[in-house]
Design a protein around this ligand. Structure first.
Ligand SMILES: Cc1cc2nc3c(=O)[nH]c(=O)nc-3n(C[C@H](O)[C@H](O)[C@H](O)COP(=O)(O)OP(=O)(O)OC[C@H]3O[C@@H](n4cnc5c(N)ncnc54)[C@H](O)[C@@H]3O)c2cc1C
Ligand code: SF4
Length: 319
């Protein structure tokens, strides 16, 4: 199904939500369908809905980004580079240039959680007896538990959390706007608060989050094309050398991207030095709960969250 307008798309969602999967750029959905992680009867291709593409400045109230805006457009937007640079930095690290041409911000926000035991072919998963995330009832990563710990592995949501972004969600029962931090549940299976008949349609960056110094750092195996195995976003505003406001968020080490609790308070009013940056790194490492869902050991990934956070805080304070 290829709707040309949002109304048409919502109409399809109202009729077929149970049997349907939404496709934006398809850079994650198509490989997942090939692995039979999703076997929908219908695919709703949003690619022709022009009204959901583009970056617009809202006079005095921040920026609106359509969910179908490509990551390349975000990466190269002069407006975003100037005013919300942490987002352009995070977007520029997603996958590779070709995938960023196809991949959208909405798809990056809605990205499925990932695990070494899940992102495999049907034959592979069958040979292991499947798992809680699909078709099975045990977790190979945390046996004995009933929760899936698959890691949320998108880059831009950590930056968007630092920017206090909100998202618009549209479905047959209407439109709602929520802070992005309320979108993720922390469960590897039902990882987002989105009904099957709903779409993420727009992202809003508030004016109050503009003009912060931003830094994004990420750990990955192949520098040219890989999901994050640990990611850190930092935004900071300083006045007379003291931190006026700052936020830190991490990704790829929990089933959801999360703001690091206590980091803003720890930084507020201080002059950043090695010891303070290290203390914030410790907070971030304590927030990270990596398990054996991904390549590289959990211990190394947690340590890299500590190191990257420290470096990112120091870098943000030196700009
Ligand atoms: C080799 C490779 C490397 C990659 N590396 C990275 C990386 O480094 N960092 C990273 O973040 N990602 C990475 N990805 C994943 C992917 O390319 C990006 O996350 C991309 O932004 C996904 O966007 P998309 O538009 O292609 O999403 P799609 O594949 O179309 O969709 C992804 C998911 O979101 C849902 N969805 C999409 N849009 C909406 C919407 N508007 N409303 C509701 N649901 C929606 C889909 O149903 C699907 O479940 C990689 C992928 C590959 C193949
Ligand atoms: S964390 Fe456990 S339940 Fe979730 S995908 Fe991995 S093995 Fe499956």
């Amino acid at each position: 199904m290829r709707p040309r307008s949002l109304d048409e798309a919502v109409g399809y969602l109202g009729k077929h939500a149970g049997d349907l999967r939404v496709l934006a750029g398809g850079t994650d959905l198509i490989p997942s369908m090939r692995q039979k992680l999703f076997e929908p009867q219908y695919v709703l291709d949003l690619g022709h809905i022009a009204e959901l593409k583009g970056i617009q400045e809202r006079q005095g109230s921040g920026i609106e980004i359509g969910a179908l805006t490509s990551l390349t457009s975000i990466e190269h937007s002069p407006l975003l580079r100037r005013r919300y640079s942490v987002l352009t930095q995070a977007a520029a690290t997603v996958a590779s240039p070709v995938l960023r041409n196809m991949g959208t911000i909405g798809g990056n926000i809605c990205l499925d959680t990932r695990c070494l035991w899940y992102n495999q072919s049907l034959t592979w998963r069958k040979s292991c007896g499947f798992c809680i995330k699909k078709d099975g009832d045990l977790c190979h990563v945390a046996p004995g538990g009933s929760k899936c710990w698959a890691a949320f592995s998108g880059d831009t949501p950590a930056a968007l959390l630092c920017l206090s972004a909100e998202i618009e969600i549209v479905g047959p029962s209407g439109t709602r706007k929520i802070p992005l931090r309320e979108f993720y549940t922390g469960d590897g299976v039902a990882y987002r608060s989105l009904h099957p008949d709903e779409l993420v349609t727009r992202v809003f960056l508030p004016e109050a989050a503009a003009d912060f110094t931003g830094v994004y750092r990420k750990l990955r195996i192949r520098g040219s094309i890989d999901y994050p195995l640990a990611g850190v976003a930092v935004v900071m505003k300083r006045s007379n050398g003291h931190v006026a406001e700052a936020r830190v968020a991490i990704t790829a080490v929990n089933p959801a991207p999360v703001l690091v609790k206590g980091a803003s308070e720890r930084l507020a009013g201080k002059v950043v030095d090695e010891a303070l940056a290290e203390a914030v790194g410790d907070l971030a490492a304590r927030t990270a709960k990596p398990l054996t869902t991904s390549a590289l050991t959990p211990e190394y990934r947690r340590e890299m969250i500590r190191v990257f956070t420290k470096r990112a805080v120091l870098a943000a304070a030196s700009n």
